[in-house]
Design a protein around this ligand. Structure first.
Ligand code: UDP
Length: 412
């Protein structure tokens, strides 16, 4: 049984049938995805899941990454922060390194990219590749995973020079879209319910994983899973936990995450978090290795409540993952978290550590609400944020770019 058939058991067969009908239009085409890391972070997570499914649908799908040195990733992390609205200065030297690295990667990936039918370029890191393919054959799409609703203008103006060259761009939400001279599509990300990170686990396995990590399985814990990044506000999570701990002494906090090879700030933030957690053995700061999918799965299932207290967030796949596991999420009132956490229904949106603390206390005092809102959260993900919907959107974009709006596409 192929993976699509297994997905059909979750989504209903008509959903997968429609994917086959759409795929008929792009079968055999060469589709290339480019980003800047194979592991760590949401983009890698999505590509890991979606590329094999494109292949199963008969598309010649490829996934390659661009490589670069420390200066390059310093530059792209600064760009990332600036696009999220944080004021940073990016020196000429870093910009030159950005352009040089893109040029180098263009040479390396030249054969694959120049005759691809569709190229998806994910985020700013590889955005400048397009400048080196003036005779490209296919349609190039810039796929933005960042909340660019309030970018630092100078940085966006710079990046925009490259982005305007693309045939289309894709954003998660309408509020992220920018003025661009080409078609723009709104496509939120998704999770794979059959991946190791999301498959059902027995209670026994969950407990075994937790014990191994040093979590006391007989006491409740709140959880945030994230790369160690200031925009995820791990310190704010610790503050919220400390406020609740006064009233619920048995509560534990787990902050779990690893690094991503394209994020040079991770280690410094991890140190900040460890310092903030010092003196309280009930705060577990776990630095996860790559490919810790089953561990993350168990942590999310075992938590009493899941937090994602980001200050800025493109989407927040960790929110989707927790909701799929019947957990209501207390999330920062920002970006893609707003699309998932329907305030008071699938979780709570918060703007401060105090707000988060209040909502944690509410859940601890009303466990029936965890059940009720958790069920709604699961259903919301089932209907909106599974990989089948994501695939369908990508197929539709590819068809519309390659075939224009000629005729009508009917799904039966
Ligand atoms: N993740 C992971 N290991 C880690 C930290 C995060 O596998 O140590 C995963 C997490 O489960 C989620 C993705 O990376 O699937 C993070 O995506 P999200 O959109 O939440 O944030 P991003 O890192 O892209 O800003």
């Amino acid at each position: 049984m192929g993976k699509l058939d297994k997905l059909a058991e979750i989504t209903g067969y008509h959903v997968v049938e429609h994917l086959y009908q759409l795929a008929h239009w792009v079968k055999g085409l060469k589709v290339v995805h480019i980003n800047s890391t194979k592991e760590g972070g949401g983009v890698a997570e999505i590509l890991k899941n979606i590329v094999p499914l494109m292949k199963e649908l008969g598309i010649e799908a490829h996934w390659e990454i661009i490589t670069g040195g420390d200066l390059f990733f310093q530059c792209t992390k600064a760009m990332h922060n600036a696009l999220h609205g944080r004021h940073v200065v990016i020196s000429e030297r870093l910009i030159r390194e950005y352009e040089r690295t893109n040029e180098e990667n263009a040479q390396k990936l030249g054969a694959l990219l120049s005759d691809a039918d569709i190229v998806f370029i994910h985020d700013p890191q590889p955005a400048a590749l397009i400048a080196h393919f003036p005779d490209r054959k296919g349609k190039w799409i810039w796929r933005c995973h960042i909340d660019v609703s309030r970018p630092v203008r100078s940085v966006w103006r710079y990046l925009r020079n490259f982005v305007t060259e693309y045939d289309a761009s894709i954003f998660h939400l309408a509020t992220f879209a920018q003025h661009l001279p080409h078609p723009m599509f709104l496509i939120p990300p998704s999770i794979d319910p059959l991946g190791e990170k999301n498959v059902p686990l027995s209670e026994l396995e969950v407990k075994a994983v937790l014990s191994e990590l040093g979590v006391d399985v007989d006491r409740p814990y709140v959880l945030q899973v994230s790369r160690f990044d200031r925009l995820k506000d791990p310190i704010g999570v610790i503050e919220a936990y400390r406020m609740v701990k006064r009233y619920s002494p048995s509560l534990q906090l787990v902050l779990a995450g690893g690094g991503a090879s394209d994020d040079p700030e991770g280690m410094a933030v991890l140190e900040e978090v460890k310092m903030a957690a010092e003196g309280d053995p009930d705060i577990k700061v776990l630095y996860l290795p790559p490919k810790a999918d089953r561990t993350i799965n168990a942590l999310q299932r075992g938590a009493v409540v899941v937090l994602q207290k980001s200050i800025r967030e493109g989407f927040g796949l960790t929110v989707t993952e927790a909701m799929w596991k019947f957990k209501p999420v207390i999330g920062g009132d920002t970006g893609g978290i707003r699309l998932q956490v329907v305030n008071h229904h699938t979780g709570f949106l918060v703007n401060s550590p105090e707000g988060a603390a209040l909502r944690i206390r509410y859940f601890l005092n009303n466990p029936d609400k965890i059940d009720e809102m958790g069920k709604k959260a699961h259903k919301f993900v089932l209907e909106n944020f599974l990989i089948t919907r994501h695939l369908r959107d990508y197929l539709t974009v590819m068809i519309s770019l390659l075939h224009g709006l000629k005729g009508r596409l009917e799904l039966v």
